[in-house]
Write a protein that binds this ligand. Structure first.
Ligand SMILES: Cc1cc2nc3c(=O)[nH]c(=O)nc-3n(C[C@H](O)[C@H](O)[C@H](O)COP(=O)(O)O)c2cc1C
Length: 323
């Protein structure tokens, strides 16, 4: 199986899939900042088979974000066969299978992290996707296990490897843990030690030192970064500088951060229109300006943003308050 995305001297840094956040605009920005590859928001395999319009919108990839993968979630191998074939029309660099989502609307219906309760099904789904994907690599994203008492990521990862997965990503928490306790490096290290294919570690990497800790503690081949990139797409540049030279690049100042924010929101509005774009801009603006003096004072204005021109005005005020 082709894992050429991993043919690099340095550890691989990827943007984690994040529904409702890591859309084309954000993914493109992160690629520009040095993410080696990105992945779509999770797409329902069942929805794809039913011709759901939203699934098509989620699977569409832009040239500028490549290499980019499409992530599918579901619980029926036959749906993965059909959905993987449909995903190929969008020319993904890989297809990823979601075995980690803890949300009730996904895991409560037997998909996402709930798949880890059934190793046989994990293997069947992987085999179905691999067969449908042809030369396109299939990866799997999983958690440490379903409950703290059933940390079976090693078994699941071995089954997926045997079924043809090109690499796996392990978020070092169980479904039971959701996002709360510190990441368990031990479970990621155990998966890495057991597999021949590459393993990405995931969970709580937000800067150079935490990236180095993940790499050293687990021996993993690369890292997926999720929340650490929210409002901070430059985190990839920072991590790379630290891993390569031990250099700690400072957080950008208010002017640079608002510049990133405006660039990101311009792209978002171009993709989704100003009305939807500005509604989504509220959370992004809060992330980009977190910790800035002016941002706290302007929180009310940020959370009721309506027009791009308002956002431009707010960023000017934030810069002035910071000076
Ligand atoms: C808002 C949000 C949306 C997410 N959506 C997805 C998703 O669509 N697919 C997926 O596999 N994981 C999803 N995740 C989980 C992340 O990919 C990642 O595994 C998790 O946040 C832990 O990594 P981090 O500490 O770097 O954020 C999501 C996480 C967040 C915060």
């Amino acid at each position: 199986m082709d894992a050429s995305l991993f043919c690099k001297d340095a550890p691989l840094l990827a943007l984690a899939p994040m529904a409702g956040v890591a859309d084309r605009a954000f993914r493109t920005l992160c690629r520009g900042e040095g993410a080696d590859f990105v992945c779509s928001e999770m797409v329902s395999a069942k929805g794809v088979t039913l011709g759901d319009r939203k699934s098509g919108e989620l699977m569409a990839l832009s040239q500028s974000e490549q290499p980019a993968g499409i992530q599918l979630f579901g619980r029926e191998p036959s749906c993965f066969t059909e959905a993987t074939a449909a995903a190929l029309k969008y020319t993904p660099a890989f297809v990823d299978i979601n075995m980690g989502c803890p949300a009730h609307k996904v895991a409560g219906h037997g998909s996402g992290a709930a798949l880890m309760k059934n190793p046989q099904l994990c293997a069947e789904i992987t085999r179905a996707a691999v067969a449908a994907a042809g030369r396109v690599p299939v990866s799997v994203k999983m958690r440490g296990g379903w409950t703290d008492g059933s940390r079976n990521a090693v078994e699941i990862a071995l089954r997926c490897e045997e079924a043809g997965a090109a690499w796996v990503t392990v978020h070092g928490r169980t479904r039971q843990q959701m996002y709360a306790p510190p990441v368990d490096y031990g479970i990621i290290a155990a998966v890495k030690a057991a597999l021949r294919i590459p393993v990405l570690g995931n969970g709580d990497v937000t800067d150079g030192p935490s990236a180095q800790k993940m790499l050293e503690a687990t021996g993993c081949d690369g890292i997926q970064i999720g929340r650490g990139a929210l409002g901070r797409p430059w985190v990839f540049t920072q991590i790379r500088a630290f891993l390569a030279r031990g250099e700690i690049l400072p957080e950008p100042d208010a002017a640079r951060r608002t510049e990133y924010l405006l660039r990101h929101m311009r792209a978002l509005c171009a993709e989704k229109g100003e009305r939807v774009g500005m509604r989504e801009a509220r959370k992004h603006a809060a992330w980009y300006t977190k910790g800035l003096r002016g941002a706290a004072k302007l929180r009310g204005e940020i959370t009721s943003l309506q027009a791009f021109a308002d956002l431009e005005a707010i960023t000017q005020k934030i810069i002035a308050l910071e000076a």
